[in-house]
Design a protein around this ligand. Sequence first.
Ligand code: ING
Length: 311
Amino acid sequence: MARFVKVAAAQMGPVQRSEDRASVVKRLVRMMQEAHGWGCDIVVFPELALTTFFPRWLIEDEDELDSYYETAMPNTDVQPLFDEAKKLGIGFCLGYCEIVHENGRKRRFNTSITVDKSGEIIGKYRKIHMPGNSEVWDKPAQHLEKRYFEIGDLGFPVFEGFGGKLGMAICNDRRWPETYRCMGLQGVEMVMIGYNTPVGIDYNFDHDVLASFHNHLVLQAGAHQNSTWVVAVAKCGIEESSKMIGQSCIIAPSGEIVAMSSTLGDEVIVHKCDLDAGLSYKEDLFNLGLHRRPEHYGLIVETAGPVTPQK
Ligand code: ING
């Protein structure tokens, strides 16, 4: 019997610095209600869905920095989202910034959770690939995720939910093949990815004009090469004068884009995903056990690190 999951990708328009969480959560609830109206089982929200993308600035005041993080999940601000989900009987995936206190240390992560229809958190992921820098560079736009987040310490978990095997990744993770393969080796059937992708941060015009192409290229490759669905959801538009790409999409294990947003605002796109759609690839073309030969790939000296291009 086919296993269908009706998925909503709830793309967000900009969240300006002045917008408080109550206002943002109202936007999320409205899109959750729309997704429910379409008969969806789960709604996927972007990375850093609750605040503006603050790593674009150098923030030296710790209290101000802490104001962008959640110290508990759920908490008072997001409880209306959890309550609405439970009332409607719909699950969701949410990206947010997490502060945890462990062994007397304050730790900061760029985090994503998956919540099932009963309101239970069934999956958690902490972003591993941090783009940008930890120190300010001599350009007008900063990208200081390495300064504000530790590297995720949960690996790439694949967990049962909504009748299938689910996984999560966050933004820059989607550009690295290891992200999908680590989950592909666990038999993942749907990867949910939120992103906030500014154009022009590395001041390479050649890259900027291809930003949307590169976005879909890595998502479609990751989906097809690992025979999995990919749901990729943007926070986009002009946020604090930073231009961020949209084109949120739902991608089948074939690599085909089956749904895509067409605005740079709050927009819900939907697709009825057959979780068995990846089987024909997993059993043949991308049968990892039958065809993949890691023992013959030669010694990958990971500790040596990448070869730095000579400028
Ligand atoms: N954002 C961007 C991303 O990987 C980036 C960073 C922007 C990298 C532009 C390269 C070019 O989509 C996050 N938050 O990772």
